[in-house]
Design a binder for this molecule. Structure first.
Ligand SMILES: *Cc1c(COP(=O)(O)O)cnc(C)c1O
Length: 305
């Protein structure tokens, strides 16, 4: 079954694509993209890397059920549902809020893959401590994976992504949700490489929770910087400008992005290049972390891909 985890995706498909966009002209900066979105249509991008070791640990512990958390358009829930259905494991997806009359496309797909959808009140969801206790009482023997795979196994898996980024890159750029992928990249990169994060969330002022998580997960490594100015209103928020950017990027490069994470990443990195925030001669690698589920929440025809 553990070999089965590796066979879920095709890592060979994660090629590196040169981005030829006008902002780099005359700047002596190269921009490449690591296309982790191409490893699989459903369990794409960073989610396979982040789930891999947790699934392995669950199987080794003899657990038959994976229980994890997410929202209506969660890349993580769908990836988990897909992996479990292919590995012969049961899966439970815990979702905040009342069960809606009509499930989102993503949750419908999770359900079709055999995931048991378990809705709980926002109130209960916010009590993280007693929540796991309650859930383990309802689903005895289940193996819990935190939301977004934000634990040591997630960080360890994400470190493997850095192995696909060659030493020639001076900067590795990624989207930041929980910071798990970023922490993994920092651990896996070599000492000269700087990891640049674009936050998908708008954090309250003086909220250092992501930096604290990263410090703890990396043993206080200093090789990173997070930019917080490209959230477009906050987590899973968007503007018409962001959607036009996604359409233009796709028309120019054939790269599909999602408005929750990777569109903000590409927008941010291109803006930073334009504003000369990278030294001349920099060689940047952008991690395309996959996951297009958020786009399914958009009105039809918002995107031309
Ligand atoms: C989940 C996700 C992220 C965020 O990763 P973290 O490790 O939580 O920071 C980034 N990009 C995509 C496409 C994702 O699905």
């Amino acid at each position: 079954m553990i070999a089965g985890i590796n066979r879920l995706v095709d890592i060979q498909q994660a090629d590196i694509q040169r981005l030829s966009v006008p902002v780099t002209q005359g700047k002596n900066i190269t921009l490449d993209v690591l296309r982790l979105d191409k490893i699989h249509a459903t369990i794409s991008g960073n989610k396979w890397f982040k789930l891999r070791y947790a699934l392995e640990a669950a199987i080794l512990s003899g657990s038959k059920t994976i229980l994890t958390f997410g929202g209506a358009y969660s890349n993580h829930l769908l990836a988990t549902a897909y992996a479990c259905s292919n590995l012969g494991l049961q899966s439970v997806g815990v979702i905040r809020g009342e069960r809606p009359e009509i499930l989102s496309d993503t949750l419908t797909e999770c359900n079709d893959l055999g995931m048991q959808l378990h809705f709980i009140s926002r109130e209960a969801y916010s009590h993280k401590g007693t929540l796991s206790y309650e859930l383990l009482r309802q689903f005895p023997g289940a193996y819990l994976i935190p939301e977004g795979g934000a634990d040591a196994d997630g960080v360890k898996g994400a470190a493997d992504i850095a192995a696909l980024a060659k030493a020639e890159y001076s900067h590795i750029c990624c989207a930041v949700g929980t910071g798990t992928m970023m922490a993994g990249l920092m651990n896996g990169a070599n000492e000269e490489q700087l990891i640049i994060g674009i936050s998908a969330l708008k954090l309250p002022e003086h909220d250092n929770s992501i930096e604290e998580f990263i410090a703890q997960a990396t043993g206080n490594k200093p090789n990173y910087k997070i930019w917080y100015d490209y959230h477009f209103g906050g987590y899973a928020r968007k503007t018409p400008e962001l959607l036009s950017f996604m359409n233009a990027l796709h028309a120019e490069t054939r790269i599909p992005t999602d408005f929750v994470y990777t569109a903000k990443l590409f927008y941010g990195v291109l803006d930073l290049v334009e504003k000369d925030r990278f030294p001349r001669g920099s060689r940047l690698l952008i991690i395309h972390s996959g996951g297009l589920q958020g786009n399914r929440s958009l009105p039809k025809n918002s995107l031309r891909f």
